[in-house]
Ligand binder design. Structure first.
Ligand SMILES: Nc1ncnc2c1ncn2[C@@H]1O[C@H](COP(=O)(O)OS(=O)(=O)O)[C@@H](OP(=O)(O)O)[C@H]1O
Ligand SMILES: Nc1ncnc2c1ncn2[C@@H]1O[C@H](COP(=O)(O)OP(=O)(O)O)[C@@H](O)[C@H]1O
Length: 178
């Protein structure tokens, strides 16, 4: 069976990493080969030295997409969590995937400023971080995401259930057997 690229896009703090990690555990327990490419980790290794200009973000996303698609061709379910703010770049990399799910992890900016998991919004709002997505840099939401999760309105479990249902519709067996 060909693999799947599950691409989580959304603003910082929206819930991409949290949901991808939980899905990774579930899919592993269901017997799948699964890999998680997380924006922060990728920037430590594969994309070390890149910044947050449009050019650098696009380079980062193309690198992640290249690796994700290679793994997926070998049957791996690849979970990507990266802001990936530019629609055309997401579409470009996802067009190469054997099977894909584009997941829009969505919450209003006000909710994310309240959450401020890493304290980055406070800094960005004070002007201490330039080109911060959603504050001083663009984010282009997907127009037709395969899954749209409002993490300020839906519980974590509800989000996870929606992801598993979407994978089932793609023919992935998500049942965990004893
Ligand atoms: N200027 C600016 N804008 C947005 N985000 C910033 C910025 N500077 C640092 N960070 C931190 O970097 C994480 C986003 O990296 P990504 O690789 O996912 O970004 S991108 O897809 O290349 O746009 C992002 O992590 P997440 O919070 O997990 O999304 C931030 O912690
Ligand atoms: N429904 C939900 N789904 C995912 N995360 C949620 C949800 N509701 C609240 N959260 C919280 O939002 C934060 C999201 O942080 P994180 O996953 O690091 O975001 P991102 O990877 O998008 O930057 C976590 O503290 C998480 O517990």
């Amino acid at each position: 069976m060909s693999g799947v690229v599950v691409w989580f896009t959304g603003l910082s703090g929206a819930g991409k990493t949290t949901l991808a990690k939980a899905l990774e555990v579930h899919l592993y327990e269901a017997g799948h080969q699964v890999e998680h490419l997380d924006g922060d980790a990728v920037r430590e290794h594969l994309s070390k030295g890149l910044g947050f200009s449009r050019e650098d973000r696009d380079t980062n996303i193309r690198r992640i997409g290249f690796v994700a698609n290679l793994l997926a061709k070998h049957g791996v379910i690849v979970l990507v969590s990266a802001i990936s703010p530019y629609r055309v770049t997401r579409e470009e990399v996802l067009a190469q995937a054997p099977k894909k799910l584009e997941v829009f992890v969505d919450a209003p900016l006000e909710a994310l400023i309240q959450r401020d998991v890493k304290g980055l919004y406070a800094k960005a709002l004070k002007g201490e971080i330039a080109h911060f997505t959603g504050v001083s840099d663009p984010y282009e939401p997907p127009l037709h995401p395969d899954v749209h999760l409002r993490t300020d309105q839906m519980s974590f479990q509800e989000c996870l259930d929606r992801l598993l249902e979407a994978l089932e519709r793609l023919g992935v067996d998500v049942e965990v057997r004893a």
